[in-house]
Design a protein around this ligand. Structure first.
Ligand code: FUL
Ligand code: CA
Length: 502
């Protein structure tokens, strides 16, 4: 197996190599003999690339699984589907994009081609596409309708292109990599800016019974050249699959991890491969980046987690699942366990056979948004007098701006931040955000309140990262403190929030 370092040095696209050589870097090498102290110092300086930072700040992104499976009632098509089955009666991509935008989502990803090989755009390189369908007399292009809607409504646009293609006769041969590059080129050149390219890990057999050896580096090079600001997920260098499709990330989620974990072989190995649909498969290990994990690493890389989950049991629309759409409360819990655990949520909302998001999904998304707005409407910490003996910029923690941040003086890696309210306040949510533009540093923290002159624990955690949300039984207190117990370098806090949820 090639190490990721070797992969980087010999085969990464020039653009990426140049970017990695800049002083602020999302990758560092570690030589043998470096002390733990040196390694931790290096880890604290690994920062996201601009495209990774933009992506992390999106928080909420939406997936649209749509294709022949929508009409055959399947999850994984076998590639033998008649193109004529694809016939949405009232396709309205603007309704999809508008619905998710109004619910707070900042970017969408459309399944341009799923494992069945059916293309939602009129690719020049195959007949297995919308071209042969009755929809708009073969003149329709779903990818275009989605990208136009994204541009009009000003939200990010991404494509899912399944490397595994159960229709293409070329699959399993070297020519398939050319075919794939041609299709990717169409998607990257015909629809304006593309913000995310999502490669699935599934790699099964094609029609000739052979598996494909994917030419990932060629694909990455193409994307960097044609769409340099796009993040490549999850079989790619920018964004890592969290390891489960349940919507639950790790409580300790380091975005800086040993570079070896960025290896394609490892990621492919962890991906779903069976035709038997198993959406709850859990490949999470609970620790990828603690001191124990990075002590013996050969390199460290900024490789953040994306948490993908469907609003329904399946990824594609099935009428029988109309009653199983996740409730606003379930979506809210997922927000806490994905975005609130230093991840980006990729929530799938599958359009139905009409070519619209169903009323059930729309209603639950709207109520989810109301719940979010209600919960995070007022940061109670803003009303407190905040003090930290060794701190700088304490006011920056509650100004609502991510770019302004609190940090400690000198070399201090711990801090006690004390909040005094004019009168006792009731709250049940803690929200912390590190300024990841300078790195991820906090390793351990505890929130306490004062009762009868004694400090009592409310909640505690390890990593923070871009966002950490903790829910606890409501507390009523006039004095509260956050103790940062351990960090890899001076801790930072862009925002500190205390909220009272329902
Ligand atoms: C999986 C696929 O096999 C599912 O069908 C779905 O597209 C999901 C997002 O990724 O690996
Ligand atoms: Ca701030």
């Amino acid at each position: 197996m090639k190490s990721f370092t070797a992969l980087l040095l010999c085969s990464l696209p020039f653009g990426l190599q140049a970017q990695l050589n800049k002083p602020a870097t999302n990758y560092v090498t570690i030589s043998s003999g470096e002390s733990e102290k040196e390694i931790i110092y290096k880890a604290a300086h690994v920062t996201p690339s601009p495209r990774q930072l933009r992506w992390q700040k999106l928080e909420l992104t939406a997936f649209f699984h749509f294709g022949v499976n929508t009409f055959t009632d399947k999850e994984w098509g076998d590639g033998k589907e008649d193109e004529k089955v694809f016939n949405p009666t009232a396709l309205d991509a603007k309704q999809w994009v508008k619905t998710v935008k109004e619910a707070g989502f900042k970017q969408v990803i459309i399944t341009a081609k799923h494992h069945d090989g059916f293309c939602l755009w009129t690719s020049k390189y195959t007949a297995h596409s919308v071209k042969q369908s009755p929809w708009k007399n073969g003149k329709g292009d779903v990818v275009k309708e989605v990208s136009d809607a994204c541009r009009e409504l000003n939200i990010g646009f991404g494509v899912y292109l399944s490397p595994w293609d159960r229709n293409s006769a070329l699959y399993g041969t070297e020519a398939y990599n050319d075919y794939f590059v041609n299709q990717l080129t169409e998607l990257l050149t015909q629809y304006g800016r593309v913000d995310e390219v999502w490669f699935d890990g599934a790699n099964g057999e094609g029609p000739n019974g052979k598996k494909q050896v994917y030419d990932f580096n060629r694909w990455y090079e193409l994307i960097r050249r044609l769409q340099p600001t796009a993040t490549i997920a999850i079989m790619g260098p920018d964004v890592r699959w969290v390891g489960t499709e349940t919507g639950r990330g790790r409580e300790m989620e380091w975005s800086v991890i040993p570079a070896d974990l960025n290896m394609m072989a490892k990621i492919a190995g962890d991906s779903q491969k069976d035709v038997a649909f198993a959406p709850t498969g859990d490949k999470r290990e609970n620790d990828l980046g603690s001191r124990d994990k990075i002590r013996n690493a050969h390199g460290l890389v900024w490789y953040p987690a994306e948490t993908d989950v469907s609003i329904r049991p399946g990824w594609f629309y099935h009428t029988k699942e109309d009653s199983k759409v996740k409730t606003p409360q379930q979506l809210f819990d997922i927000y806490f366990s994905s975005v609130g655990r230093n991840g980006v949520l990729l929530l799938n909302i599958p359009p139905n056979r009409e070519g619209r998001l169903s009323e059930y999904d729309v209603k639950n998304l709207q109520r989810f948004k109301q719940l979010m707005d209600r919960t995070f409407q007022q940061n109670l910490a803003k009303n407190a007098v905040i003090k930290c003996a060794n701190g700088m910029n304490t006011h920056a923690m509650t100004d609502g701006k991510y770019e302004t941040y609190f940090t400690t003086k000198g070399q201090d890696t711990t801090a006690t931040i004390e909040l005094t309210f004019p009168s006792a306040q009731t709250f049940n949510i803690l929200s912390l955000q590190e300024n990841i533009a300078v790195g991820q540093r906090i390793e351990s923290f505890v929130l306490e309140y004062k009762e009868a002159n004694e400090w009592k624990k409310i909640t505690e955690g390890s990593t923070v990262g871009y966002k950490r949300l903790l829910l606890f039984n409501a507390v009523n207190a006039k004095q509260v403190r956050l103790r940062i117990l351990s960090s890899r370098l001076n801790p930072t806090l862009s925002e500190f929030g205390l909220y009272k949820g329902d």
